[in-house]
Design a protein around this ligand. Structure first.
Ligand SMILES: Nc1ncnc2c1ncn2[C@@H]1O[C@H](COP(=O)(O)OP(=O)(O)OP(=O)(O)O)[C@@H](O)[C@H]1O
Ligand SMILES: [Mg+2]
Length: 678
């Protein structure tokens, strides 16, 4: 029975000794159950991730080899955290050989080992979304709006998710438009093959196909992996589910943990029905439910339960917390988003001081990336260090990817996708016709684009001006390859940025000094990062491997900083104090979702946000916001009406209170200075 007795809050103590806090009986059962497939189905903060970590430790203790255990997490960040937790529980060495990764990273590893079976050559390249976009643009019969390419990419992604080959897609096409899309899919796949490249979706779809079709590989991998654990299972898509099935085989040596109420990636193909499918595919599946929430205060949990109670459920779950009631949930009514941001920044600075907390105890969560800007500015003014996650990750920025393409190509002259990207930024007088010609010549000689570009014979067959440009471009790479033997990755990058003309290109045509500064900062940051991670002159191939890894990692360890994050990217995390901003109709729920009646997923997103908070939760609502240059009046989110009234406190735009807070803040600064003077 739930313990109804309010207990003192004890989070800090838990943070200090995670390994010593004992598991509850259901968790223990989940950790020790090895007789067959297991699904742990439980609400937020009930210790699902903890079960996975403990189970890994238990598997290691009971004799499983670390390299034969695969744990799959949704983000690289979660993977890193899990490894750290295992290192604490068992040993550093075991944690290092353990395979903790995202589905995509697992797919990449699979393909690196099985490239021949997947029809790839060694040293294949993984294309990013931009690269795919470029190829699609190139393949489409006439110029289209960029949404068309996005749509095509999605269509291709979905086809891959359903395991459809281009040939099958062609056969299945029922209208001229479908046929056209299928033709583009086919041409796209052919292009990838020529480049010896795969895209992001292939990282899952190809391993799945290879495992399904090739028995020898399948048996080898089933032997290789003795146990598989999957976190955030509700957000796997169809192919990921099939990949999992192929990997574990009928024996079903796996544990999956998930919460259907936190399925927030349907728009990306995630399929919470996979939870149900498990019970069909594995009739002997054992299901364990966890009902105690260890994260949130009583009031926060009650709000979360009330909200999610309005959604239909695949599985019934009850969650209770033995923590005390805690503070009321605050609803902060603000004049506008500017004021909202300033107020939150001031509150965080004040609270940190008052509670002697860490910056990293605070998180500000929002629905869309664009909401971060005002917050960033306010935090900067308040001198609060912050870390932005889930936005456009550093390594996804166009300028960073551009420079990485140069480095990829220095490291691997066969990387045609990198060639095509680098050759086009900054603009050189090398047009599509020249590139097509170059591609044909390279194809007939069976060499890569850069190798073809280096050949004098090929240069002669191109028109004079572009031919000279191509020769110059190839010459630069010869020079950089030589430079790479003398210097580390960071210095090499600085050199490339200057000599390629990219530095000028980057800021050319930008009027806004802030964007100029931001792009330059990004370049410096990249150079700095490569300098730091460069461990001596370990040559080009090490650099190539390093880069392949970098482009996949949200490398950043946020450190001691306020976390700014989208709701989507906050999944799985927890913070002592959480601010949920922009809780307005049109923002959360998002206008698009309101228009299309997709409120359930938005409600789950709201639920995920609420359940990130341990001790305090504040939701802020602006009365107006500037949109497209016009002030727009806003209404509080309809979801706010779903919160139990007794757990909520409204706070207005109260100048007096603010003045009071300011006075207290000044006093505490004063006290600190007085302390120092003593
Ligand atoms: N038996 C336990 N005793 C005390 N604390 C626990 C116990 N199990 C888990 N916790 C703590 O509760 C918090 C939530 O655990 P965890 O992150 O594993 O939950 P979760 O179910 O994965 O949550 P989410 O659904 O948000 O991913 C963590 O701080 C964890 O250390
Ligand atoms: Mg979790």
């Amino acid at each position: 029975m739930p313990n109804q007795q309010p207990q003192p809050l004890q989070w800090q103590a838990l943070d200090l000794m995670p390994a010593l806090v004992s598991l509850n009986p259901e968790q223990r059962a989940a950790v020790h159950y090895l007789a067959g497939p297991l699904l742990v189905l439980a609400g937020a903060g009930s210790g699902k991730t903890r079960v996975i970590t403990e189970k890994i430790a238990e598997l290691l203790r009971s004799g499983h080899q670390a390299e034969r255990i695969a744990a799959i997490t949704f983000t690289n960040k979660a993977a890193r955290e899990m490894r750290e937790r295992v290192a604490k529980l068992i040993s550093k060495e075991a944690a290092e050989t353990l395979q903790v990764s995202t589905f995509h990273a697992l797919g990449l590893r699979f393909l690196s080992m099985e490239h021949a079976a997947a029809g790839l050559r060694r040293g294949f390249t993984v294309l990013d979304a931009d690269d795919s976009f470029g190829i699609l643009k190139d393949l489409s019969p006439k110029a289209q709006k960029s949404d068309v390419y996005d749509l095509l990419r999605q269509l291709i992604g979905r086809a891959k998710d359903e395991g459809l080959t281009p040939e099958q897609a062609l056969k299945a096409a029922r209208s001229p438009r479908e046929l056209q899309a299928a033709e583009i899919y086919q041409a796209y796949q052919q292009r990838l093959q020529t480049f010896n490249a795969v895209d992001f979706d292939d990282l899952i779809a190809l391993p799945e196909r290879v495992l399904r079709e090739q028995e020898a590989v399948r048996l080898r991998w089933r032997e290789k992996l003795s146990y598989v654990l999957v976190d955030e299972y509700q957000d796997t898509n169809r192919t990921q589910y099939r990949l999992l099935k192929e990997l574990v085989g009928p024996r079903g040596a796996f544990t999956a943990v998930g919460d259907d109420d936190q399925s927030i990636y349907a728009w990306r193909g995630a399929n919470p029905e996979n939870l149900n499918q498990l019970t069909v595919d594995y009739p002997h599946l054992k299901v364990i439910k966890l009902e105690q929430n260890y994260r949130c205060s009583g009031r926060i949990l009650r709000c979360a339960n009330a909200v999610i109670g309005n959604n239909p459920h695949l599985f019934e779950k009850r969650l209770w917390s033995a923590h005390g009631e805690g503070d009321h949930i605050r609803i902060l009514n603000c004049r506008d988003d500017q004021h909202e941001a300033e107020r939150i920044a001031a509150e965080i600075v004040y609270k940190r001081e008052q509670q002697k907390a860490l910056w990293s105890d605070f998180a500000i969560l929002y629905r869309g990336n664009h909401q971060a800007r005002a917050l960033e500015q306010a935090l900067r003014l308040a001198r609060a260090p912050y870390h932005l996650s889930g936005g456009q990750a550093f390594f996804d920025r166009a300028e960073v990817r551009d420079v990485l393409a140069y480095l990829r190509l220095i490291a691997n002259p066969d990387d045609d996708a990198a060639f095509l990207r680098a050759v086009q930024v900054p603009k050189r007088e090398i047009g599509t016709i020249t590139l097509e010609k170059l591609a044909t010549l390279a194809g007939s000689k069976h060499v890569s684009l850069l190798k073809a570009a280096e050949s004098i014979e090929v240069q002669k067959q191109l028109a004079a001006r572009p031919g000279a440009q191509i020769a110059e471009f190839a010459g630069l790479f010869r020079h950089w390859r030589e430079a790479a033997t003398r210097m580390g990755a960071g210095d090499l990058t600085a050199l490339v940025i200057q000599e390629s003309g990219y530095a000028q290109h980057l800021v050319a045509g930008l009027r806004d000094p802030e964007s100029k500064a931001r792009r330059e900062e990004n370049m410096q940051e990249l150079v700095r990062f490569l300098r730091e991670s460069d461990k001596g002159r370990d040559g080009l191939s090490a650099l190539a491997n390093q880069l392949a890894l970098i482009s996949f990692s949200d490398r950043d360890d946020p450190g001691n900083a306020v976390r700014l994050s989208t709701l989507h990217a906050s999944k799985g995390l927890e913070f002592r104090h959480v601010w949920l901003v922009g809780v307005e109709d049109g923002t959360l729920p998002h206008q698009g979702a309101i228009d299309e009646g997709r409120l359930e997923e938005e409600r789950r997103l709201f639920y995920v946000g609420i359940t990130r908070a341990k001790e305090s939760l504040t939701m802020s609502v602006s009365q107006q916001k500037k949109r497209f240059g016009e002030m727009e009046r806003l209404k509080p989110s309809r979801f706010l009406r779903e919160l139990p009234e007794t757990d909520v406190r409204q706070e207005g735009d109260d100048p007096e209170r603010e003045a009071e807070e300011k006075r207290e803040r000044n006093l505490s600064h004063f006290a600190r200075i007085a302390d120092l003077l003593k």
